[in-house]
Design a protein around this ligand. Structure first.
Ligand SMILES: [Fe+2]
Length: 212
């Protein structure tokens, strides 16, 4: 096994044992990596695919096992995995340049951040586009029904989606192809019965996110 796979497998293990929540679990990370690969195939830039894969699979990993119901505090907790990841990358003797690429991409992937590298821009776009996947919303709704996550989590995510993602995300995507994917994914939600029901439940105006 090559050392990138060893480091990626460590992320997968942590994501199975201690996911941030149902929307930031292993399936979210693999979806982000899938979307990132689609973006890379459709842009004309030099990309370090190993650094991108590592950043995609580690971006929302949490290492600290502090149970908290405060979603904002949990968001801060994803930053603790950055130090852990750097130690791991040093252990496997990755170059300083490689470690820097992964750190810069992961560190600035949050919605309100501006990514500072091409790998960071791809991760930012893939992660935000991940919000348009219906399965993820269904996992949230199911977890709420089963009492696995507090009601405030789902309503927090749903209103953030409405106020931030639907209104500003498309403009902030970094590549033309990311915008194509965005429109395709919004249309898929609109065309699906479950997508329309989810939009109705959270009062989302999905069409408003499409270009006029
Ligand atoms: Fe994410």
């Amino acid at each position: 096994m090559n050392k990138v796979d060893i480091v990626v497998n460590e992320a997968k293990k942590l994501l199975k044992e201690n996911p941030f929540d149902v929307g930031h679990d292993l399936s979210h990370h693999t979806m982000v990596w899938r979307l990132a690969k689609r973006i890379t195939k459709n842009i004309d830039e030099k990309i370090d695919m190993d650094a991108l894969k590592t950043a995609c699979l580690w971006h929302d990993v949490v290492v600290t096992k502090l149970p908290t119901k405060d979603v904002l505090l949990k968001t801060k907790m994803t930053d603790d995995s950055l130090e852990y990841l750097v130690v791991l990358l040093k252990k496997y003797k990755f170059s300083k340049e490689f470690i820097n690429k992964v750190v810069i991409a992961k560190k600035y992937h949050h919605f309100d951040e501006k990514p500072r590298s091409v790998e960071g821009k791809i991760l930012w776009d893939a992660d935000k586009l991940g919000v348009l996947g219906l399965n993820r919303w269904q996992r949230f709704i199911q977890a709420e029904k089963n009492g696995k996550i507090p009601k405030s989590f789902v309503s927090y995510y749903a209103s953030t989606f409405k106020e931030k993602y639907l209104k500003t995300m498309r403009n902030r995507l970094h590549f033309k192809y990311s915008k194509i994917l965005h429109d395709e994914m919004i249309l898929r939600l609109i065309k699906s019965k479950e997508g329309r029901a989810t939009a109705k439940r959270f009062s989302w105006d999905l069409k408003s996110a499409l270009p006029k």
